[in-house]
Design a protein. Structure first.
Lengths: 358, 362, 287
C-alpha cells in the first residue's frame, strides 16, 4: 500500500494489541441457550394454528405416516417452515459475521448492501416469467446475481474507504433492485389475490411460501456453504486487524476478501430464494454474539451467530404466524420493526466509536 | 475613538454579483423551460394529442368539443397543477434541508420525513377512531405532518447528540429510520386488510386520478409552507456556514433550526399526505441548480422550485404516456398495461444519481 | 509601534472602556469542567491573544465569552450588559466571532458569504437594505477583497479565504471581534497576511480583537496583551514581554527555551531548545 492511501494504518497497528480471546465455555452456553429457545419455539410452532395439537399429537403427526389433515399440516406446512427458518437464519447470521469482518464494517448486512435484493429481483423474474430456464439452474442464477452485486461492492470499496458511504452505496443498490422488483410485481402477470403475498415474499421477506420442494433445491447449497463458512475464522480474524497488518502477516488481502464475499453470497443467495430478503438478522446476530461472548474472535462468533440467527428468524416467523392469528405478519416485517430501532442505535453508537478511534 | 461607520469609505453598493446576473438569466430560462414542459404536458396524451387551439376550446367551451377533448382538459389541468405544486414544494424542502444540515445528500425522503408522514397517515386511517365533522381527507394531512415532525425530530436528535452531524451518518440513520417506518406502514396495511387497496393506490406516489379536491388540499397546505419557506431561507442560509457561525450571527440555539425544520416538514408532509411518497426531487433539484446559481439560498431555492416542478411534470408526462409494455416489453407479452406511478419513474432515475453523488463525494 | 494597553490597571478603568469582562466563570462539556473560576477583563482597543497548550481551555474561554457555550457558573458582561440578558441578535450586533476552521459551502461567492454577516441587523425576512450593502462593501474593501468579490470562496487561496471569513465578521459591524485560531492550516505567508490584516483592522478601524493563537511568537509579535491558560486556569497575563518568559515556557509548554528580543520590532521571540527533561545537546547560550 502506498503512503498516500491513508494515515489510519498507523493507528490500526496500535489498537488491537491483544489477540481476540476464544471463549469455549461461553460459546457452549450461547449455543445451548439458543438451542433450548429454538426447541421451545419449534414446539409452539408445531402445535399451534389450525388445527391445535397436543405436543404428543404433533410428534405423532410428524413421525407417523398418517394421511389425515393434521398430519399433512404438520408434516408438509409447519415442519418445512421451521427447517427453512432455521437454515435461512443460520445462513444470514454467518453471512453477517463474514461481511462485517471482511469489509471491516460494523453495520454490514446483505440486505443493506443490496445482495439480498438482487437475489429477490432474479427470483421475482423467474416466478413471474416461468419457463426461461430449467428449475435446477435457478440457484445458479441466484448465485450469479448475488456475486455480481458483491463484485460491484468490492470494486466500490476500493475507491470508497469510508464504511458508512459504502453501506449507503450498497443501500442505493438495494433500493434500486427493490424498485425494479416493485415495478415487476406491478406490471407482471399476477393474479390480484397473489399481489400482497408476492409483495411480502419478494420485498419484505416471509417464510409462508416455504415447502419441502422449495427447500429441496437450496438445502444442498446451504449444507455445503455453512461448514465452509465456519472455517473462515482465521482470515476474518486477520482482516479485523486491518488490511496492512493482514498483508504484513502474509495474507493476499484482495483475494481473501473476494473468497469471503463468495462464501457470504453462497449463504445468502439460497436463503433469500426461500425467504426473500429478511433484513437486519445478519446485522444484529454477530453483534449479539460478540457482546455475549465478549470477544470478536471469528472462530467462536461464527457458530454462535449461526445459532442466534436461526433463533431470530424462527422467532420472527413463529410470532408472525401466531401472535395475531389468523392474521399473518411476515417474518421480515417483524425483524425490521423490532430489530430496526436496535439497528439504528447500533449504527449510531458503533460508527461513533469508530469515528472516535480514528 | 472613532466609530466603525465614521471612518468607512464612501458608501456605495457593490455591483450586482456574477451569480445574481446569472440568476436573472437562468431564472428566465428555467421559467420558459417549465412553461414549455407544462404546455406539452397539457397537450400530449396517449392517443389523445390536442392542438393548443383545441385545448383552449375544450377549456372554455367544454360542452361543444368531443368527449375525449373535454376529459383531457378536465383531468390534465388539476394534474398539472398538482405536479407543479408537489415538485416545487419538494425541491424547496430539499434545498432547505441540505443547507440546514450542511449535507449535500440530505433530502426529505432520506431523513425519515417522508416515511414518517406516510407511516402516520396510514396508521391514522388504520387505527384512529372516526372524528365527527372532520373528513378523513382533511385529517390525514394533519396526521402526516405530525408523523413527519416526529420522525425528523428522532433523526435529528440521534445525529445531533453524536457530535458534529457528519453528513453520511445523518443519511444512514435517516435511511434506517425510514426503513423501520416503512415496515410500520406495511404492518398497518396488513391490519387494514381489504381496505388497504385504496391506500395502496395513494401510497404509490402517483398523480393519476387526482381531482380539484387534491389540488385544494395541497394548496391549503402549501400556503403556510410557503410562508415558512420565506422565513427559513435567510436562516438556513446562515446555518450552512456552520453552527458556531450561525450562532455568532445571532441565531438562537434551537429555535431557528426548528423553524427551518418546520418549513421542510410542512412542505414535505403536505405533498406526501396527498400524493404519497415521491422521492428524489428534494435530493436532485438543488444539485442541478447549485452550479448554475450557487449556494446562496435566496437564489437557490427559487431556482430549485422551478427545476423540481419541471422534473415532476416530465416524470408524470413519461408515466402517463409511456406504458410499462414499452419499457419492459422484453420480459414477455403478458404484461399488464398499467401505467407506472410518477414516483417510480423518479426513483428509477434518482437512485443511480444518488449512488453517483455518494461515490464522487470526498 | 503599538502603545500597549494598561492591563495592570484594568480594575481602575471606567466601565465603558471594558469591551468584555468574564467574572468567575465555570465552563464545561457535559460533566467535564474545562474552565474553573476564570476572571478576565478585556479593555477596549487592543489586541489580546489567548495562548496555551492543547486542551488548556483557550478556545473554550473564547466561546464562553461569546455565549457559544453555556456557562455553568459566573457571569460575562458585554460592556455594561450581562451577556445572558441579551438576545442572540443583540450579541451578534455587538460581538463578532470567527470560529476555528469554518468550512464554506461550495458555490458561494465572497460577496454572498459576506452578506450573511448582516444577519443580526436584518429584518424578519432577512432582506438586505441600503445600509447593509454599504457595510458589505466596506467589509470587502477593508479586507482587500474587492477583486475577489465575485469569486467562489472555495476557489480562493487559504489566506484569501480566511480574509473572506474575516470580512463576514466585519460586516457585522461590531466593535469587538473574536478570532479562534485564524491561522490554522495556513502557510506561514498566509498566516502573516491574516495577522497583518487583523492588526490593521485594530489600528485603523478601532476594533477590539481577542484571538486564540497557537503560535507563541506570532502572539508575541501582534498582541498588546497575552493571556496564557493551562488546565483551565490563567497562568500568565500581561504585555508580551512580561507574559512570555523562559519560566512560563518551561512550566506550561514543557520546553526549555530562551527568549530574545526581535531586533526589528523589539517584541520578544522565543527559541525552543529541547523538551523539559531531555538531555542537553549542547550548552544553550542565553543572550
Amino acid at each position: 500500500m502506498t503512503l498516500t492511501a491513508t494515515p489510519a494504518p498507523v493507528e490500526e497497528n496500535a489498537t488491537p494489541a491483544t489477540p481476540p480471546r476464544s471463549r469455549p465455555l461461553r460459546l457452549l452456553a450461547v449455543l445451548s441457550g439458543a438451542g433450548l429457545l429454538i426447541a421451545v419455539l419449534a414446539a409452539w410452532n408445531l402445535t399451534h394454528g389450525i388445527p391445535e395439537l397436543s405436543l404428543a399429537g404433533a410428534w405423532r403427526a410428524l413421525t407417523g405416516d398418517g394421511m389425515d389433515a393434521a398430519s399433512f399440516v404438520v408434516r408438509e406446512l409447519r415442519a418445512p417452515r421451521i427447517v427453512a427458518a432455521l437454515l435461512c437464519g443460520a445462513a444470514l447470521g454467518v453471512a453477517g459475521v463474514i461481511l462485517q469482518d471482511a469489509l471491516r464494517n460494523p453495520i454490514a448486512d446483505p440486505s443493506l448492501l443490496g445482495i439480498s435484493q438482487s437475489v429477490a429481483l432474479v427470483d421475482v423474474l423467474l416466478v413471474m416469467f416461468p419457463g426461461f430456464l430449467p428449475d435446477f439452474a435457478h440457484p445458479v442464477l441466484f448465485l450469479l446475481a448475488g456475486l455480481a452485486t458483491g463484485a460491484l461492492l468490492v470494486l466500490t470499496a476500493r475507491s470508497v474507504r469510508d464504511p458508512v458511504r459504502l453501506i449507503l452505496i450498497g443501500f442505493m443498490l438495494s433500493l434500486f433492485y427493490a424498485t425494479l422488483t416493485d415495478v415487476i410485481t406491478l406490471i407482471g402477470p399476477v393474479k390480484a389475490g397473489d399481489e400482497l403475498s408476492a409483495f411480502f415474499r419478494f420485498q419484505i421477506g416471509s417464510l409462508s411460501g416455504a415447502t419441502w420442494s422449495t427447500l429441496g433445491s437450496v438445502w444442498p447449497w446451504l449444507v455445503v456453504a455453512l461448514p465452509v463458512a465456519l472455517l473462515c475464522g482465521r482470515s476474518l480474524n486477520l482482516l479485523q486487524l486491518g488490511d496492512d497488518v493482514a498483508a504484513g502477516l502474509g495474507m493476499n488481502v484482495a483475494r481473501a476478501r473476494l473468497v469471503l464475499l463468495f462464501v457470504a453470497v453462497l449463504l445468502v443467495a439460497p436463503a433469500v430464494s426461500v425467504s426473500g430478503p429478511i433484513e437486519f438478522v445478519a446485522l444484529i446476530s454477530p453483534h449479539v454474539c460478540r457482546a455475549l461472548l465478549a470477544t470478536t474472535n471469528a472462530y467462536v462468533v461464527l457458530p454462535a451467530a449461526a445459532a442466534v440467527g436461526a433463533l431470530t428468524v424462527l422467532a420472527a416467523d413463529t410470532l408472525g404466524r401466531l401472535l395475531f392469528f389468523p392474521l399473518e405478519v411476515p417474518a421480515g416485517l417483524w425483524t425490521v420493526v423490532v430489530i430496526g430501532p436496535v439497528a439504528v442505535w447500533l449504527a449510531g453508537t458503533q460508527l461513533k466509536r469508530k469515528a472516535v478511534d480514528e | 475613538m472613532t466609530t466603525v461607520s465614521a471612518i468607512r469609505a464612501t458608501p456605495d453598493r457593490l455591483p450586482r454579483g456574477r451569480r445574481a446576473r446569472r440568476w436573472r438569466r437562468y431564472g428566465s430560462v428555467l421559467l420558459i423551460g417549465l412553461a414549455v414542459c407544462s404546455v406539452v404536458y397539457l397537450l400530449v396524451g396517449l392517443d389523445n394529442v390536442l392542438s393548443p387551439a383545441a385545448f383552449w376550446r375544450a377549456v372554455t367551451h367544454p360542452d361543444e368539443v368531443p368527449l375525449v377533448h373535454k376529459v383531457a382538459a378536465e383531468t390534465r389541468v388539476p394534474r398539472l397543477l398538482l405536479c407543479l405544486l408537489a415538485g416545487g414544494a419538494l425541491a424547496a424542502a430539499g434545498a432547505l434541508l441540505q443547507a440546514m444540515t450542511r449535507n449535500p445528500i440530505a433530502a426529505p425522503e432520506l431523513t425519515g420525513v417522508t416515511a414518517g408522514a406516510v407511516a402516520a397517515a396510514v396508521a391514522w386511517v388504520a387505527f384512529a377512531p372516526p372524528i365527527p365533522f372532520i373528513s378523513n381527507v382533511w385529517a390525514r394531512p394533519a396526521a402526516a405532518t405530525l408523523g413527519a415532525l416526529v420522525a425528523a425530530g428522532v433523526v435529528y436528535l440521534l445525529t445531533r447528540n453524536s457530535g458534529g452531524v457528519e453528513s453520511t451518518r445523518l443519511l444512514l440513520i435517516g435511511i434506517l429510520v425510514s426503513g423501520v417506518l416503512t415496515s410500520a406502514t406495511t404492518l398497518s396495511l396488513l391490519f387494514l386488510g381489504a381496505q388497504a387497496t385504496n391506500l395502496l393506490a395513494w401510497l404509490s406516489g402517483s398523480v393519476a386520478f387526482r381531482t380539484w379536491t387534491d389540488v385544494a388540499l395541497i394548496g391549503v397546505y402549501l400556503i403556510p409552507g410557503a410562508g415558512l419557506t420565506v422565513l427559513a431561507i435567510g436562516r438556513a442560509n446562515t446555518q450552512q456556514l456552520g453552527d458556531d457561525v450561525a450562532r455568532s450571527l445571532g441565531q438562537r440555539r434551537e429555535f431557528d433550526r426548528v423553524l427551518v425544520l418546520a418549513a421542510v416538514v410542512v412542505l414535505t408532509s403536505g405533498v406526501v399526505s396527498v400524493l404519497g411518497a415521491i422521492g428524489f426531487i428534494g435530493l436532485i433539484a438543488p444539485h442541478i441548480v447549485r452550479p448554475l446559481v450557487g449556494s446562496d439560498l435566496r437564489r437557490q431555492v427559487p431556482a430549485a422550485i422551478l427545476i423540481g416542478a419541471a422534473m415532476m411534470v416530465v416524470a408524470d408526462l413519461i408515466a402517463r404516456n409511456v406504458s410499462s409494455r414499452t419499457l419492459f416489453g422484453f420480459l414477455g407479452e403478458n404484461l399488464s398495461a398499467q401505467p407506472l406511478p410518477a414516483g417510480v419513474i423518479l426513483t428509477l432515475f434518482g437512485i443511480p444519481y444518488l449512488a453517483y453523488l455518494l461515490w464522487r463525494q470526498k | 509601534m503599538n502603545t500597549p494597553s494598561e492591563n495592570g490597571a484594568i480594575e481602575n478603568q471606567p466601565l465603558e472602556s471594558r469591551a468584555i469582562e468574564a467574572a468567575g466563570i465555570d465552563v464545561g462539556y457535559d460533566k467535564r469542567v474545562v474552565l474553573r473560576q476564570i476572571d478576565l477583563a478585556i479593555a477596549t482597543g487592543g489586541i489580546t491573544c489567548l495562548v496555551g497548550p492543547n486542551g488548556s481551555g483557550k478556545s473554550t474561554l473564547l466561546k464562553a465569552c461569546a455565549r457559544l457555550l453555556a456557562l455553568q457558573g459566573g457571569t460575562v458582561r458585554l460592556q455594561e450588559d450581562e451577556l445572558s440578558s441579551l438576545s442572540s441578535r443583540e450579541i451578534g450586533r455587538r460581538l463578532a466571532v470567527l470560529p476555528q476552521s469554518a468550512v464554506t459551502p461550495s458555490n458561494l461567492t465572497v460577496q454572498e458569504l459576506v452578506e450573511q454577516g448582516r444577519y443580526p441587523h436584518a429584518g424578519p425576512l432577512r432582506m438586505l437594505r441600503q445600509q447593509d450593502h454599504e457595510s458589505v462593501r466596506w467589509a470587502i474593501s477593508a479586507t482587500g477583497l474587492e477583486r475577489f468579490a465575485d469569486r467562489d470562496v472555495d476557489q480562493l487561496s487559504g489566506g484569501e479565504r480566511q480574509r473572506a471569513w474575516i470580512a463576514l465578521a466585519l460586516a457585522q459591524e461590531t466593535p469587538l471581534l473574536f478570532l479562534d485560531e485564524p491561522t490554522t492550516f495556513l502557510d506561514v505567508g498566509y498566516q502573516l497576511e491574516v495577522l497583518h490584516l487583523v492588526q490593521a483592522l485594530n489600528r485603523d478601524h478601532a476594533i477590539t480583537v481577542v484571538m486564540v493563537l497557537h503560535d507563541l511568537n506570532q502572539a508575541a509579535a501582534y498582541a498588546d496583551r497575552v493571556v496564557c491558560l493551562q488546565h483551565g486556569q490563567i497562568v500568565a497575563d500581561g504585555r508580551p514581554e512580561e507574559a512570555i518568559t523562559p519560566e512560563l515556557l518551561r512550566e506550561v509548554f514543557r520546553v526549555e527555551a530562551s527568549v530574545v528580543s526581535d531586533p526589528v520590532s523589539g517584541r520578544p521571540v522565543f527559541l525552543p531548545h529541547r523538551p523539559v527533561g531531555a538531555a542537553t545537546p549542547e550548552a544553550a547560550v542565553v543572550s
